[in-house]
Design a protein around this ligand. Structure first.
Ligand SMILES: Cc1cc2nc3c(=O)[nH]c(=O)nc-3n(C[C@H](O)[C@H](O)[C@H](O)COP(=O)(O)OP(=O)(O)OC[C@H]3O[C@@H](n4cnc5c(N)ncnc54)[C@H](O)[C@@H]3O)c2cc1C
Length: 341
């Protein structure tokens, strides 16, 4: 276990904004987790669990401890005909886990290639991309209850997964340290190509009937082209969720703004493109202090020039207000905002 006092968090968040923590505690083994379970008193009002920091914005310092669960390990649990159950410790890199699953001849998470972050954070917001969500393959989550110190097992149906949400991000925020996840993957591959762009990318690669690995490669190429690289321009991917509205609201907006992308979810609700709403308010490429809206993708806020967390928050607030004013739609933030703890 590593402990560091008065640590900078700048290299531990993909926005690369400066923030300080009184202490960093890095759990590297099951013995460290054992010690943490029985000896450390976690206080959610001062302490914070951090993964790879790719879905968080620091707008203040942490007066307590930042706990990093870096325990790694992954294996096949059961392998019966088509369905294979795999388990990954929370410290595994998500994208490496996707590649490893492809190496084992397994499919199911290839559309989630290249999402930054660690496996332990994946259930937090039910990571999703290109028509697939973690919830589609997740079997269960093992987590330490930071209050009672008990290890709990949540089956998928108990995780309350929704679009970019779960019980861990909402009703139980700050209560659990996720330690392991289990996924149900397949040996027989069924491609999920309905989401816009994948079919075209595969066609451009000269592929008609893709393998799971080829779908992963197509998605990696698409993501590399469309999203700003956090190593060059600090960012946390999409800063806002796509708003979910009732069908009547969606139809009224569509009548007024015919090119607004609307994705029906069921017969009552539809999802709107937050990027379109933001772009049509003129924000794409706009700077405020060191913060900016990416000129590659209107949904991505970037640390353009040594931005502080508060500069990024002010820009987000200005965007939210203008979208509210023009479309009467309230944008919700996707990353966790951490003000002084
Ligand atoms: C360029 C870019 C592209 C992205 N694209 C996508 C995308 O397509 N789809 C998508 O869904 N997301 C996307 N994201 C967001 C991000 O990659 C995911 O949300 C990812 O799961 C965050 O993982 P992390 O380890 O970095 O979590 P962190 O940012 O470190 O933490 C996020 C939250 O999870 C909590 N947490 C982390 N680990 C644990 C744990 N072990 N136990 C309990 N709580 C924990 C933290 O306290 C925090 O509340 C993108 C981000 C970037 C930078």
């Amino acid at each position: 276990m590593k402990r560091t006092s008065n640590a900078s968090l700048k290299h531990l968040n993909s926005f690369a904004v400066e923030a300080q923590a009184d202490q960093l505690l890095e759990l590297e083994s099951e013995q460290d987790l054992e010690w943490f379970t029985h000896q450390y008193r976690f206080d959610p009002s001062h302490d914070l669990i951090l993964g790879a920091g790719s879905n968080i914005l620091f707008a203040g310092d942490i007066d307590g401890t930042v706990v990093l669960n870096r325990i790694t390990g992954k294996h096949i649990v059961t392998d019966s005909n088509d369905e294979v159950l795999i388990e990954a410790c929370a410290g595994e890199n998500w994208h490496q886990l996707v590649l490893w699953s492809l190496d084992q001849g397994l499919s199911g998470i290839e559309n989630l290639s290249l999402i930054p972050g660690l496996a332990g954070a994946a259930p937090m917001q039910n990571i999703g991309a290109y028509g697939v969500e973690l919830a589609d393959t997740l079997d269960s989550v093992q987590a330490l209850d930071l209050k009672s110190k008990e290890l709990r097992l949540f089956k998928a149906e108990d995780c309350h997964f929704a679009y970019r949400n779960s019980r861990f991000k909402s009703s139980d925020a700050g209560r659990y340290l996720i330690t392991r996840i289990r996924l149900r993957l397949q040996r027989n591959f069924t491609a999920k190509l309905a989401y816009a762009g994948i079919g075209e990318e595969l066609q451009a690669m000269g592929i008609d009937v893709p393998t799971a690995r080829q779908v992963s490669e197509a998605i990696i190429q698409l993501r590399e082209r469309k999203l700003p690289d956090p190593k060059i321009s600090g960012n946390a991917g999409s800063f806002f969720k796509n708003p979910v509205v009732n069908i009547t609201t969606a139809n009224l907006l569509k009548n007024e703004f015919s090119d607004l992308p609307v994705y029906p979810l069921n017969d009552r609700q539809a999802k709107l493109s937050a990027a379109w709403l933001i772009e049509s308010c003129g924000w794409k490429g706009h700077c405020m202090g060191g913060a900016a809206v990416s000129d590659q993708h209107a949904l991505v806020l970037i640390n353009k020039d040594n931005a502080t967390g508060n500069e990024l928050l002010s820009l987000a607030e200005a965007i939210r207000e203008s979208v509210q004013h023009r479309f009467a739609i309230e944008l919700q933030t996707e990353p966790r905002i951490v003000q002084t703890l």
